[in-house]
Design a protein around this ligand. Structure first.
Ligand code: NAP
Length: 286
């Protein structure tokens, strides 16, 4: 695509940005949708975050994604937050509108869209989320917002308690509990219809590991691993062997990107193009 005086700028801020595939996903989408904009990696270290956000606003760019380690710190640096960013306590998308910076979090939307795409209705269902970090916050908030029952299992129970308290502050009627690993957690997993791994256990580098033992899975469950590299983790392989449906993290990754794209451009996101771009970037090793 030709860069002219009218070309707008998008990007991603984080540190480091070695593994991100967002530039490939978004540039493919911009080309397919005919939007005159480019998406670039912008390496920003923590001690420069405030200046970087102010600078981006001054440059009047369309927006940026925010990734590790800045998602939580960015919350305090913006003019406004949408409901999702407020509920999750983290921002993954900034839109600059009329020289104001608005924080969004499209991870929760992306997670719900991926469940819809898989034809899974989570409303009222029993679910288990393993983990209480950034991704778990988005997933628990998404599930609470649609009235699913959620058991949070986390290695550090206090972090699980903090997550449950923060979500209950926003969704007062949410049905959340925090369970320690071992003990009752096995029963919760056996009973659940949806089990989500929101820890990095099983990612490239720890592919022999799994957060939950295989014997807890059965037919009638959807086992969802947020990890997208590798596409099939040990957790997913063992759950499938026990008859459960399984799902990897690629769909959520693409749907959260699509939601960001639509916030910035107002144009429907070309989902199939974004998915193909993500798959090729992962195959090439980004
Ligand atoms: P994070 O904020 O660092 O949180 C990691 C969580 O995993 C914490 O709750 C931590 O427990 C737990 N954990 C880490 N290592 C563990 C271990 N060895 N044993 C037990 N628990 C362990 O990370 P995050 O940003 O939430 O990311 C989590 C995963 O989600 C990553 O694999 C990431 O790639 C994936 N993700 C996918 C998408 C997507 O779109 N598909 C989006 C975001 C993230 P403690 O609290 O005890 O430390």
């Amino acid at each position: 695509m030709k860069i002219t005086g009218k070309t707008r700028l998008l990007g991603i801020i984080g540190y480091p940005l070695t593994y991100t595939i967002s530039p490939q996903i978004h540039n493919a989408a911009l080309d397919a949708a005919g939007v005159d904009a480019r998406y670039l990696p912008m390496v920003v270290q923590a001690h420069h975050l405030k200046e970087a956000v102010e600078g981006l606003k001054a440059l009047d760019i369309l927006g940026v994604n925010v990734t590790m380690p800045h998602k939580e710190a960015t919350v305090r640096l913006l003019d406004r937050l949408d409901e999702s960013a407020h509920a999750i306590g983290a921002v993954n998308t900034i839109a600059f509108e009329d020289r104001a910076s608005v924080g969004h979090n499209t991870d929760a939307l992306g997670f719900l869209a991926s469940l819809r795409e898989a034809g899974f209705e989570a409303e009222g269902k029993r679910s288990v989320v393993v983990g209480a970090g950034g991704a778990a916050r988005a997933v628990v908030s998404a599930l609470a917002s649609i009235g699913a029952r959620v058991s949070i299992i986390n290695r550090t129970k206090e972090r699980g308690d903090q997550l449950a308290a923060a979500i209950k502050d926003i969704y007062e009627k949410s049905r959340l509990e925090v369970v320690e690993f071992g003990g009752e957690s096995a029963d919760r997993v056996k009973d659940a219809e949806l089990i989500v791994n929101a820890t990095p256990i099983g990612m490239s580098g720890s592919t022999g590991e799994t957060p939950l033992p295989a014997e807890l899975f059965r037919a009638g469950q959807l086992v969802y691993d947020l990890i997208y590299e590798p596409a099939e983790t040990r957790l997913l392989r063992e759950a499938a062997e026990r008859g459960a449906r399984t799902m990897g993290g690629l769909s959520m990754l693409v749907h959260q990107a699509a939601a960001s794209f639509e916030i910035w451009t107002g144009v429907p996101a070309p989902l199939a193009v974004m998915k193909d771009a993500a798959v090729s970037a992962l195959e090439i090793g980004s």
